[in-house]
Design a protein around this ligand. Structure first.
Ligand code: TYD
Ligand code: MG
Length: 418
């Protein structure tokens, strides 16, 4: 808005080897390439930045190629030429996949070649709007020793490709495979070489995928995108809460609803618990989508402070939809799901639970509570159990009634479990 005129187009993008006064640097945002997928754009913190390098990492089969090919097909329809360089698949295989996803246009060019030199030449030569390399483990520099996927090859290939993208002012997306063990030269080496790191997460056996930004020089790392894998590729999920609660069995014991924040986005998620008598030799605790140590802690608190006889019981906790609950705000929901299962008494279906649980069994405050309450209200929840500290302020938000609770015992009374 107030940028002086002389800092316009002629200014070199990077003044190499010369210090420049900071106030002479244009404050204007760099032009970004709009991304026609809102969930992806949200995670990127806006459009793609020219010369910016994005690493899209995830386990094999999670849907990385599908996502970038969809993006490439969208962009190639309007925004100029897109390069999709694959070291893994033949042009024909990419073509077959593309056919499932929609109609390819002539703006999308596919290069099936594992040679980094060839890809670099292509990026430098043609002025692409976007370049994609799938995957960084499948390409190699011919001039260097080592097989594709080795630490040196991965690192040096990424460096060469990034350099080419910066020179050409082309946004570059590198795909990287992560294995469960993390033993091979994974994208870990790459994370500090690129501008943005996105993780694609989810359970292969569930349809939902979460795209999370773990590093972003051009935006916040607080955003997530939610997708659903369908037979025609990834579909954006605009209302995740609705989806994650869709298959809930009303009136069943061992089920509770948490409101978790994924960045700035509240999501309602069902937590399920099951308890059963354990074998005398071994008591089991299993958390699917919930931190194991946190689960041990909560079961210990329930045993010690509430008097639930979990000592001889196996406890299984499952977060529905393949999601992970990584924040303490879900403690109350997890604890009450376990209590509900152990006592075989259901929790009313229109109650959402918010709160961290301390070692004394006290319910502690959580961040961004108003947004969580709003989201629960929006989805028709009638009651929110909230930490006492919040409830004291008479601040009704939305429609749900707020019931402040001080401890797990109090929560159990309110829920009719006691
Ligand atoms: P893919 O994008 O190949 O995963 P990655 O590149 O991360 O290894 O996607 C793999 C899975 O997605 C595969 O099991 C098939 C499935 N899939 C669909 O369900 N629908 C589709 O339209 C496509 C293209 C793939
Ligand atoms: Mg792939």
């Amino acid at each position: 808005m107030t940028a002086p005129a002389e800092t316009g187009g002629e200014q070199p993008r990077r003044a190499r080897g010369r210090a420049v006064p900071l106030n002479a640097v244009s404050a204007e945002e760099e032009h970004r390439l709009p991304v026609p997928m809102a969930e992806l754009e949200r995670v990127l913190g806006g459009g793609l930045v020219p010369g910016g390098v994005v690493l899209l990492a995830g386990e094999p089969g999670i849907g990385k190629s599908t996502l970038v090919l969809q993006l490439a097909m969208f962009l190639a329809q309007g925004e100029g030429q897109v390069l999709y360089a694959s070291g893994e698949e033949s042009v024909r295989q990419v073509g077959l996949r593309a056919r499932r996803l929609g109609t390819a246009s002539e703006g999308l060019l596919v290069l099936s070649d594992p040679s980094v030199e060839t890809i670099v030449e292509e990026i430098e030569g043609a002025g692409y709007t976007l370049a994609i390399v799938d995957s960084i483990q499948a390409v190699r520099l011919e001039e260097k020793a080592g097989s594709a996927g080795s630490v040196v090859q991965v690192r040096d290939s990424a460096a060469a490709l990034s350099r080419a993208a910066k020179e050409a002012d082309t946004p570059l997306i590198l795909i990287g495979h992560v294995t469960k063990s993390g033993a091979i030269a994974g994208p870990r080496v790459l994370e500090h070489m690129v501008d943005t790191v996105l993780h694609m997460e989810g359970d292969r056996y569930h349809a939902h995928r979460i795209l999370r930004s773990v590093k972003n020089r051009f935006g916040s790392t607080n955003e997530v995108g939610v997708f659903e894998m369908t037979s025609e590729g990834l579909r954006e999920v605009v209302d995740p809460s609705e989806v994650f609660l869709a298959e809930r069995l009303l009136g069943a014991s061992g089920s509770a609803v948490a409101v978790t924040m994924e960045g700035t986005r509240p999501m309602l998620v069902e937590v399920q618990a099951l308890t059963s008598r354990s074998s005398p030799e071994r008591v089991r605790r299993t958390g699917n989508g919930f931190d194991f140590r946190r689960l041990l802690l909560l079961t210990a608190v329930l045993t010690k402070r509430v008097g639930l006889p979990l000592g001889q019981q196996d406890v299984f906790v499952n977060v529905v939809g393949g999601l992970s609950l990584n924040e303490p705000a879900a403690d109350l929901a997890v604890s009450m799901a376990i209590a509900s299962a152990a006592l075989d008494k259901p929790i009313s279906a229109d109650v959402a639970l918010l709160g961290e649980v301390g070692l004394s069994g006290e319910v502690r405050s959580v961040g961004q509570i108003e947004r969580r309450i709003q989201e629960a209200s929006r989805l028709g929840f009638q009651t929110c159990l909230v930490p006492r500290s919040y409830g004291r302020k008479p601040r009704p938000v939305g429609r749900a009634e707020l019931v402040p609770v001080r401890s797990l015992q109090e929560a159990m009374q309110v829920l009719g479990l006691r």
